[in-house]
Ligand binder design. Structure first.
Ligand code: 76R
Length: 255
């Protein structure tokens, strides 16, 4: 039996994907649509202002492609809080025109692959950039960027390439070279990677944020050639979307 990495868990994340029933929307009378827009925008506004909890963050994205129309992303200190936001949305008049097409639940985490300083509570770590980096990983705010990319992933468990059979040192080395690629996109792509073992169908959720979507593609392409990905990664579905302000819900629905 191998040693699992030590992890620390932070805030919970719900990716709430919706499709819009455009036929019903176009057929609805003006007063119904007005009320739906009012309630929808107010709900999203409240989420972004985090009126429901002590801390956290939320954001709304218009998704590209045919599978989903909207993503509402919620980050809150507890699982119960993100779950409640999904249901509160359903309580709005706007949600009557949407259906939950997909969702993903995960928790922000840090592991001791790259440095075990994370797990030491001493003064030296306390006041360093590392400490701030750790906190920003555990208690993430949604980066201020135009585009989002989301996908779930797992580490492979094949007879030949079994991540969970590798010694800790090997996994740590892989993660370190993986991290080097990631850090070379500093300032261009920000990431929120969160653990979902036991919560959802894959083992992590990956949410990437960038103003230039080509940077996301290029970062992922580079990682595909790194052994941590080329040998050991398995992916779920991919989504891409563009952030919009709750006040622009009306413009979004007008098409
Ligand atoms: O430097 C550090 O302190 C953290 C280094 C690091 C770890 C341990 C790191 C850095 N990641 C780590 C762990 Mn990551 N990450 C992904 C994907 O598409 C793909 O090929 C993979 C999807 C991306 C895009 C990404 C980005 N990372 C992990 C793990 C957990 C492994 C485990 O525990 O077994 C997964 C599944 C994963 C996947 N990673 C970075 C990035 C980026 C951009 C960085 C550097 C910037 C940063 O640290 O925030």
């Amino acid at each position: 039996r191998r040693t699992p990495p030590r992890t620390k868990e932070g805030w919970y994340i719900l990716h709430d994907f919706r499709t819009v029933d455009w036929d019903a929307w176009r057929a609805a009378p003006d007063h119904v649509r007005e009320r739906a827009l009012e309630e929808g925008a107010a709900f999203l506004d409240d989420c972004e202002a985090v009126v429901d909890a002590e801390e956290g963050d939320s954001a709304t994205f218009a998704m590209l492609g045919h599978e989903v129309d909207l993503l509402v992303m919620h980050i809150r200190p507890t699982m119960a809080e993100v779950e409640r936001l999904g249901r509160r949305f359903d309580g709005t008049a706007f949600a009557e025109f949407t259906e939950r097409a997909d969702s993903y639940i995960s928790v922000a985490e840090v592991s001791d692959y790259v440095t075990d300083a994370y797990f030491e509570e001493d003064e030296e770590v306390e006041n360093t950039g590392l400490k701030r980096y750790l906190e920003q990983k555990l208690y993430p705010q949604i980066p201020d960027a135009e585009y989002v990319n989301f996908y779930p992933m797992s580490k492979r468990r094949d007879p030949e390439y079994n991540w969970y059979d590798l010694p800790f040192e090997d996994r740590s080395e892989h993660m370190s070279s993986h991290g080097d690629i990631g850090r070379s996109y500093g300032g261009k792509v920000s990431q929120i990677t969160a653990g979902s073992i036991g919560f959802d169908d894959h083992e992590w959720s990956v949410s990437l944020f960038a103003n230039d979507p080509a940077n996301i593609k290029n970062l992922l392409a580079e990682m595909r050639f790194d052994p941590s990905t080329s040998k050991y990664a398995e992916f779920g579905r991919f989504y891409v979307g563009r952030r919009f302000e709750p006040a622009d819900l009306e413009a979004y629905m007008a098409g």
